[in-house]
Write a protein that binds this ligand. Structure first.
Ligand code: SF4
Length: 371
């Protein structure tokens, strides 16, 4: 059986010369007195450096030159949800069996952008006046997994208040909410939890917080005035999945008032052919690849056969809407056709999804984002 890992601690730190003296880098380095630190003039090829480290945990502190903020790349032929991603952190210690990061990163390592000012400069350029922009840091990382070690929220969240058109989503499978509570604002920050039955957490997300811990953390955020988001993604069709996912929704009902859910997404298990080989090699014990028949889709990813996905989404949505049909539910990485068959409408045709799926006009009467 695959063993639970220890928390991330770097064996080596590599710092790019140009950010060596930034206040954020200094704060980070002061936490690792006993770790070997190398300073390099430029971090040209992260992939090669990480490969050379041979799987040892490395912390790379960079002055990232490319675009930190990008429109979410989505996937060919699927509906875009107008989400932006800020890749301030690359890497995740949790090593979920199905994680796409295994395909191109050494997951035991982390790359951190220390040029925080560049991030805020870019933010200015993507903001459109009078429109709310949803931004997340969880595309190439779990947004909060490393937070107790890297304290990134201390650098980002207080300054975010100068950009009132931004809603920042911190997606996580951890319960590391302390720094969000300390530095965040309920008007601008939401923490989003990926949810699965505990059975899947035990088998395929084994380094992450338990379902109970994730929900308790979500409850604390709500008690502190925040809205939260949830992502049933990836939904994996294990035996009796209907009952098992229904139980997770029931737990959610007991803890979170529906009006406190800013949005909730659903996405079925999907993987590229190369990720399939990685799962087979790295996780021979995982059963996820035998949970159904997978077909190759237009974006070169395998998914459950379309009629099965439609049934899966309809079952989940029926259960969620029995609880409250005003929760903004959307499908992640799905086609117009699946959307139409599941909901009977496209997201652009539904008011409750306006701030998820289209640039959302700010309420002109309010000076704050109306989360
Ligand atoms: S928590 Fe997310 S980013 Fe981290 S290993 Fe799991 S799927 Fe990948």
């Amino acid at each position: 059986m695959y063993k639970k890992m220890k928390l991330f601690h770097p064996d080596q730190i590599i710092v790019e010369q140009s950010v060596k003296n930034s206040s954020y880098t200094k704060k980070l380095l002061s936490k690792f007195n006993a770790v070997e630190i190398s300073v390099v003039s430029e971090l040209r090829d992260t992939k090669k450096i990480l490969k050379k480290a041979g799987g040892k945990p490395v912390l790379l502190i960079t002055n990232y030159k490319g675009n930190i903020i990008k429109k979410c790349p989505g996937s060919k032929g699927v509906l875009c949800c107008n989400y932006y991603v800020a890749n301030l952190i690359n890497g995740c210690p949790f090593k979920c069996s199905y994680c796409i990061l295994q395909d191109y990163l050494n997951c035991g390592s982390i790359m951190l952008c220390a040029n925080i000012d560049s991030f805020f400069d870019e933010l200015k350029s993507v903001i459109r006046q009078n429109y709310i922009l949803r931004l997340g840091t969880g595309e190439l990382a779990d947004s909060l997994a490393f937070e107790p070690m890297i304290n990134l929220n201390e650098e980002i969240l207080p300054r975010l208040k100068n950009y009132p058109n931004i809603i920042l989503e911190l997606k996580t499978k951890s319960a590391n909410i302390e720094s969000v509570l300390k530095y965040g604002s309920p008007n601008q920050v939401v923490v989003g939890w990926s949810l699965n039955p505990q059975e899947i957490i035990d088998s395929d997300e084994i380094n992450t917080a338990s379902l109970e811990k994730r929900l308790t953390a979500a409850k604390i955020m709500v008690q502190n005035g925040y809205k939260v988001t949830f992502h049933f993604d990836p939904i994996i069709l294990i035996d009796s999945w209907e009952t098992k996912y229904a139980k997770v929704i029931d737990k959610l009902k007991q803890i979170i008032p529906p009006e406190k859910i800013a949005w909730l997404s659903l996405g079925g298990l999907r993987f590229s052919p190369s990720l399939k080989r990685i799962i087979q090699n790295n996780r021979p014990y995982s059963k996820i690849l035998s949970t159904g028949e997978f077909v190759m889709c237009n974006d070169s990813k395998f998914r459950y056969f379309r009629p099965i996905r439609i049934k899966m989404y309809k079952t989940m949505i029926e259960k969620i809407f029995q609880w409250n049909d005003q929760i903004p539910v959307y499908l992640c990485m799905e086609t117009n056709q699946v959307w139409k068959e599941v909901f009977g409408y496209l997201p652009s045709e539904k008011n409750t999804l306006s701030y998820v799926y289209s640039p959302y006009p700010r309420n002109q009467d309010k000076s704050e984002v109306s989360l």
